[in-house]
Structure formats: structure tokens, C-alpha cells
Design a protein around this ligand. Structure first.
Ligand code: SAM
Ligand code: SF4
Length: 327
């Protein structure tokens, strides 16, 4: 074991978001334009062997949990095989997915060692789903969620981004539906990470508003301290069911952030909103040893800023959109 990954503010990093691809089979309007983005060329993507080696270095420095994401991670070929190899490193593994194809893959992923899934779902209305994602695949997501639960990938969580004039009227319906089906719903504030640069703080549906709207239909009581977890959780109607609210913008949790990101092309990002990245792919392909990779990773972590700075005068949105960073 190497020494833990501690930054200049004493934050210890134990959680890695690993992007497996920047591609996606949906086109959520807040995340991608209809025509998609300029996908990373295949040779630039880390191979499974490269990914496993790099994650091994992270693990040797105290990373214990890995969340697989993207783009759409289920599009990565041979995903169960990769999951099994990451599992063999002794990591706790979860997956963030849009749910397409989860019905088919859930059991194999569970068997390979995946612990949990988060499925993104912003609406319960199929016609609205089509408008929002530009694909008519609502039923596939619902089937994916059910398959995840059957496979025991629990707790099955749902991530919902509420947007003004788009789906804000569905907050209570979504929570009711999630509770009926035994899914743990979390509402996420929209962040300035869209390639269109259309995000506007003034129109963002923030955590206060989400809680106010939910409070009209349910009695919410705080579950307690959130620690380093981004979601503030609330018991619904006395519990035991809960709902989570992730106020990344209005209630930032940067002070207790324990997270790092590795993009599908091998760049370490010490924050979702970082303006610079540290390349691990080039040294890896140049043949450096693990000690050198670990040293570079340590430098990347040491440079982490105190907070994301959204709303501060000099804030500039990162060049990479969410789908290419790994949400
Ligand atoms: N394709 C997978 C999915 O949709 O779950 C994984 C990647 S996606 C980028 C991860 C999460 O980020 C999704 O829940 C999505 O709704 C969310 N997301 C995308 N753009 C966002 C933004 N600008 N602000 C907040 N969340 C965003
Ligand atoms: Fe794809 Fe996820 Fe972005 Fe939607 S939010 S376009 S599913 S990457």
C-alpha cells in the first residue's frame, strides 16, 4: 500500500469516478446536442488492461470505491469482464447508467461483482421522455430498473435532474412512483456542464425549491449528517423510505469531497469543474512503472482547489462536457 491521496486541504480521496466511454445512445437535451459530440477516437481510449492497471494504482493509494460512468457505460464492450477484473482489486463497484440495455446485462454484471446501480430517469411520461432524450426508450429504462432490482443490484437508485419548464411538475409523481417500486430517488441540481453552455443559475431548480415542492405532498424529515455523501437525505412520511437531494450548486459539499475522476482517455480530473487535467495515458503508454504513475497522481490530487467556484467572479465552465468527463 502507498500513502493515501491527500490534497492541500487535508481531504482524503477514496472514491473514483471512472468513465468508460464518452459515447451515448440517448441525447438528453441538457447533456448532448441531437447530432452527438465529437467522440474520442478509439486509439485514445484506455483499453481494459490499461484501465485495470491505472485503477490498481488508485487502489494502492487508498481508493476503495469505483463508480463506472460515461457517456453510457453499458455501451462498453465486455463490461462484465472488466467489472470482474476491477472487483478482483478488492473495490466496491457501482454503475451510473441511463438504463438502456440494463435489462439484458444486469444479472451478468451482478455475477461479475457489481454492487449497485444508479439509473437516470427524469420523467415518467413516455412522450416527455422522447422529447427530453430524443429517443423513444422509456420502456427500456423501466425494464432496466426492474432487472437491476431482480438481480439484487441494490439499493437501486434513480437520479433525476429537475428542470424548469421541462419536468419540474413531476417531482412528487416521480417520488411516489420510486417509493412504490422500492427505488431510492435522488434529485440533482443541474450544473453548468452542458456543451451548449445554456445553463442559467437564475432558472435552475435548486435544492430549496425541490424540498418546497416535495413538502407539499410529503412530510420530509432530515436523516442526519451527510458526511462526504453529496445527497442530503430525508425520511418520507416518517420513513423508512427516504429521498435524496443533491444541491451541488446551491449547497456544495466540496469541503468534504473525497472524489477523483479518470476520463475514458486517461486524464485525471481532481474536480468535475477542474480546468486542467493530468495525463496518465501518455506515461502509461511510454512504459513508466507504477511508482511513477502514483507520483503523477499524487501531484494531480495535491493541486485540487478548495471548491468548484460556481457563482464566483472568475468561474469558467470546463471545456469538457459532463458526458466526456464522467458524470
Ligand atoms: N449516461 C449515464 C446516465 O445518464 O446515467 C451516465 C452519465 S450521465 C452524464 C450521469 C448523470 O449526470 C445523469 O444522471 C445525468 O442526468 C446527469 N447530468 C448530465 N448533465 C448534467 C448537468 N448539466 N447537471 C447535472 N446533472 C447532469
Ligand atoms: Fe447520455 Fe447520460 Fe448524457 Fe443522457 S445524461 S445524454 S444518458 S450521458
Amino acid at each position: 500500500m502507498r500513502a493515501p491521496l491527500v490534497d492541500g486541504f487535508g481531504r482524503v480521496h477514496t472514491d473514483l469516478r471512472l468513465s468508460l466511454t464518452d459515447r451515448c445512445n440517448l441525447r438528453c437535451t441538457y447533456c448532448m446536442p441531437a447530432e452527438g459530440l465529437d467522440w474520442l477516437p478509439k486509439p485514445e481510449l484506455l483499453t481494459d488492461d490499461e484501465l485495470v492497471r491505472l485503477v490498481g494504482v488508485f487502489a494502492s493509494m487508498g481508493v476503495t470505491t469505483v463508480r463506472l460512468t460515461g457517456g453510457e457505460p453499458l455501451l462498453r464492450r465486455g463490461l462484465p469482464g472488466l467489472v470482474a477484473r476491477l472487483r478482483a482489486l478488492g473495490l466496491s463497484l457501482s454503475l451510473t447508467t441511463n438504463g438502456l440495455g440494463l435489462e439484458r446485462q444486469a444479472q451478468a454484471l451482478k455475477d461479475a461483482g457489481l454492487d449497485r446501480v444508479n439509473v437516470s430517469l427524469d420523467t415518467l411520461r413516455p412522450e416527455r421522455f422522447l422529447e427530453l432524450t430524443r429517443r423513444d426508450r422509456f420502456d427500456d429504462v423501466v425494464a432496466g430498473l426492474a432487472a437491476a432490482r431482480r438481480a439484487g443490484l441494490e439499493p437501486v437508485k434513480i437520479n433525476t435532474v429537475l428542470m424548469r419548464g421541462v419536468n419540474e411538475d413531476e417531482a412528487a409523481d416521480l417520488l411516489r412512483w420510486a417509493l412504490e417500486h422500492g427505488y431510492a430517488l435522488r434529485f440533482i441540481e443541474q450544473m453548468p456542464l452542458d456543451p451548449q453552455h445554456g445553463w442559467d443559475r437564475g432558472t435552475m431548480v435548486d435544492a430549496d425549491e425541490i424540498l418546497e415542492v416535495l413538502g407539499r405532498s410529503f412530510a420530509l424529515t432530515p436523516v442526519g449528517q451527510r458526511g462526504s455523501a453529496p445527497a442530503e437525505r430525508f425520511f418520507v412520511d416518517g420513513g423508512p423510505a427516504t429521498v435524496g437531494v443533491i444541491g451541488s450548486v446551491s449547497r456544495p459539499f466540496c469541503a468534504s469531497c473525497d472524489r477523483l475522476r479518470l476520463t475514458a482517455d486517461g486524464q485525471v480530473r481532481n474536480c468535475l469543474f477542474a480546468r486542467d487535467e493530468s495525463d496518465l495515458r501518455a506515461p502509461l503508454r511510454d512504459g513508466v512503472d507504477d511508482d511513477e504513475l502514483a507520483a503523477r497522481l499524487r501531484v494531480a490530487v495535491a493541486g485540487k482547489k478548495a471548491g468548484h467556484g460556481i457563482g464566483e467572479p472568475g468561474f469558467v465552465q470546463p471545456d469538457r462536457p459532463m458526458s466526456a468527463i464522467g458524470g
